[in-house]
Design a protein around this ligand. Structure first.
Ligand SMILES: Nc1ncnc2c1ncn2[C@@H]1O[C@H](COP(=O)(O)OP(=O)(O)O)[C@@H](O)[C@H]1O
Ligand SMILES: [Mg+2]
Length: 321
């Protein structure tokens, strides 16, 4: 799919984010693999009335996020999105696999390291606006609070700068109940980066907002990404989000299933065009998921016929046996 667009500010923002991230990391050669999940498994065991029930929330999830990237994860309800974010933010521990963020091994951390990790390395924005901000503090005080908890000197100037950056500087002296849902979530983004974390996670931050307001929150995330070079992973069930970010990863049944990339290139007439391409994700064992729409269109079931061609692979219905 090719769409001609005005100057793609998404690309410019992405370039600035990569530049800032490289500066933070001490060189562009350290850009890759800021977040690495490899074969990540999370099994929940719950006690039923008669026996224990196991839910496999993640079944071998692979994901690499570059330093300074702004990545969206999409997927239906129950596909494992929150489980991944909870693991990556140090709130939950995986059953098996590899999970590494900013050099921290999330399976092998002591309780003390985990606490330090959560306070200093990651920031988090929740879906419920009420969970992100303290109701009796103003926006500015809310942004100052994490600085105080980390025993840093709270700087009201930095708090104001961050609120300005996410476009709600005018709310600095308001309490949450004097702000709209979108303003609260943008303020929550400022709170989450108050201690200058390496990584910011947001779990459906726009889930309770209408489309226009959601776009403003995404705008705030893009600005923070570009200005601070923070790596950002945002989870959403909104499929339209891929127009807001450069890379979107889709999760299905606890695995990464496909990716959408948006890149800009110079068209022949000199204008920029944004090209959107969708990829299926191939794991190390060579497994991939066919998109549900393809499976349905050809009524594919049970087995398919594969044929190797010089430069592609054909997939045909397998027929009755
Ligand atoms: N604490 C838990 N105990 C038992 N099952 C859970 C728990 N958390 C999540 N699950 C299950 O794991 C699966 C993935 O959940 P989740 O990561 O919350 O999905 P999503 O965020 O994509 O909606 C679901 O089947 C859910 O019911
Ligand atoms: Mg969820």
């Amino acid at each position: 799919m090719t769409a001609t667009a005005r100057v793609p500010d998404l690309v410019e923002l992405q370039r600035r984010a990569a530049e800032r991230a490289a500066a933070r990391a001490g060189g562009g050669d350290r850009l890759r693999g800021h977040i690495v999940c490899d074969g990540l498994v999370r099994i929940f065991k719950t006690e039923g009335r008669t026996d224990a029930v196991e839910v496999v929330a993640l079944q071998g999830l692979d994901l690499v996020v570059d330093r300074g990237e702004l990545l969206a994860i999409v997927g239906a309800s129950g596909s494992g999105k929150s489980t991944v974010l909870n693991i990556l933010s140090g709130l939950d521990v995986p059953t098996a696999g590899v999970a590494r963020v900013a050099g921290y091994d999330l399976l092998g951390m002591s309780a003390k390291q985990r606490l330090q990790y959560r306070r200093q390395v990651v920031g988090f924005v929740w879906q419920q606006t009420g969970r992100n901000l303290l109701p009796y503090l103003t926006a500015r005080q809310n942004v100052e609070l994490p600085m105080r908890l980390a025993r840093r000197r709270a700087s009201s100037r930095r708090a104001q700068e961050l609120l300005d950056m996410v476009g709600v500087g005018y709310c600095a002296d308001r309490r949450p109940n004097q702000m709209s849902g979108g303003e609260q979530q943008r303020c929550a983004v400022a709170v989450a980066v108050a201690n200058n974390p390496e990584v910011l996670f947001a779990d459906e931050p726009t889930g309770e907002l209408d489309e226009a307001t959601a776009a403003e929150v995404f705008g705030a995330l893009r600005t923070i990404n570009a200005e601070l070079g923070v790596t950002i992973v945002v989870v959403t069930h909104d499929e339209n989000v891929s127009s807001q970010v450069r890379r979107t990863v889709a999760i299905r049944d606890g695995r990464t299933a496909s990716e959408v990339h948006r890149t800009a290139r110079l068209a022949e007439d000199g204008t920029h065009e944004v090209v959107t391409e969708e990829y299926a994700v191939l794991d190390r064992a060579g497994r991939m998921q066919l998109p549900a729409a393809f499976v349905n269109a050809l009524s594919l079931r049970d087995r398919v016929k594969l044929t190797l061609e010089p430069d592609h692979v054909q997939v045909r219905p397998g027929g009755e046996q």
